[in-house]
Design a protein around this ligand. Structure first.
Ligand code: FHN
Length: 391
């Protein structure tokens, strides 16, 4: 579960509102001083994630607006020192995640529309009424100091999810210093960079924004897939941060379809929610999460801990595998007979995941043909489990 939540949530117009409306720093600082999400309840959020079958949460510790959603000594511009809330929601979340057995990752924006030392400026943040000078090295020291806090004060974290380097693609980000710091402080924390490029040295996962690995419908993803673990991030409507007028929620059916396709590409799905400024989660999002969780109670075996299957993704669906079990996910296929290339060996058993109903099949050197149950339009996926010998 991806969570975009911050000062911007108050305006209900997404996390880019400062840039899009050209809000100057002093005005945005006032907005920050009014942020008071008193209904934030880490137990509720993590319990919802749990009921959705979520295994890790990635939350915005600091987005491009430069406001720190955690206790930090590196700047007073943080939720504990700057707002009436005076609480550290990331600490509350970290503790609750530990209690409920979920990993917590921190989204961290390298781009900053507030910090005076983010200089020279990049492509964005040009309308914020900051001074026309700054010290880039001091900015990187600040960034590393904050990462040190995040990796020291919150217990074992899943990793750091970086975003925003694309704002200054030619700047010297001194990545090797930052990456070494992270790996020294927490060797098992993953570095997940959303720079939209092929992986760079020191990175631990490759993430694709609003696209399956290798696809580029969003217009900024690389088509190059490296050898690292993969992830696909996705909005539930069309916004990352809370957007009060964005009603274009994807259906649970479609969200499950993307989860399955991601698994078939060997990727995790990082599905976003944008909680409201009072700390509550929109019912539309909560409902979809619970429905996905319900689906996973039956079909999770074909998703969790699997890898991309032996038959490459097709229009009709995908395959996943764990050991000698291959799962055929039939997402879009109206017929009962489905042929595909041989899934890496001889099939000895085939059954419908969930009901256990036997699936008839034939195979030869070229193809496996399954006789599927009748497609039910309301079911997002027909999952056939195969035991494949000789794999
Ligand atoms: O600019 C951000 C955006 O606000 C959001 O955080 C997404 C999430 O993947 N990433 C950036 C755009 O690449």
């Amino acid at each position: 579960m991806f969570i975009h939540w911050g000062v911007y949530s108050q305006l209900g117009a997404g996390e880019w509102v400062m840039e899009q409306r050209g809000i100057p720093v002093p005005t945005y600082e006032w907005l920050a001083s009014a942020f008071n999400p008193v209904k934030f309840d880490a137990h509720e959020w993590v319990s919802l994630a749990k009921s959705a079958g979520v295994r890790y949460i990635t939350i915005t510790a600091r987005h491009h607006d430069g406001f720190s959603m955690f206790a930090t000594k590196a700047t007073p511009y943080n939720i504990v020192d700057w707002t009436p809330l005076k609480r550290d929601p990331l600490k509350e979340l970290a503790d609750e995640c530990t209690r409920q057995g979920i990993k917590l990752f921190f989204y961290y924006s390298q781009l900053d529309w507030h910090h005076p030392d983010y200089w020279p400026r990049g492509r964005t943040g040009l309308k914020t009424a900051r001074g026309e000078s700054g010290d880039w090295n001091r900015y990187l020291d600040f960034l590393n100091a904050q990462l040190t806090e995040l990796l020291t004060n919150y217990g074992p974290v899943g990793g750091i999810w970086f975003d925003g380097m694309w704002d200054k693609p030619n700047a010297d980000w001194q990545l090797s210093r930052t990456y070494a710091l992270i790996h020294r402080l927490q060797p098992s924390a993953l570095i997940v960079p959303n720079h939209h490029k092929a992986p760079l040295p020191g990175e631990d996962a490759q993430t694709f924004e609003q696209d399956l690995p290798g696809a580029n419908t969003a217009g900024f993803n690389t088509s190059e897939i490296g050898s690292l673990p993969l992830e696909t991030s996705l909005t539930m409507n069309n916004s990352w941060g809370f957007n009060i007028t964005d009603r274009s929620f994807k259906s649970t059916h479609d969200l499950i379809g993307t989860l399955v396709r991601a698994a078939g590409h060997g990727a995790n799905l990082l599905l976003n929610i944008g909680p409201r400024p009072d700390g509550t989660i929109q019912p539309e999002a909560a409902e979809r999460l619970r429905e996905i969780g319900l689906w996973l109670t039956t079909y999770g075996a074909s998703i969790y801990g699997t890898r991309a299957g032996p038959v490459a993704p097709r229009d009709w669906g995908v395959t996943t595998r764990r050991g000698d079990t291959v799962f055929v996910h039939v997402l879009k296929w109206p017929d009962r007979l489905l042929s595909m290339p041989v899934p890496g060996g001889r099939v000895t058993h085939a059954w419908i995941l969930g009901s256990g109903e036997h699936v008839a099949f034939t195979q030869n050197a070229d193809a496996l043909t399954l006789t599927l149950p009748v497609a039910e339009p309301s079911a997002p996926d027909r999952v056939v489990a195969l035991i494949v010998s000789g794999r």
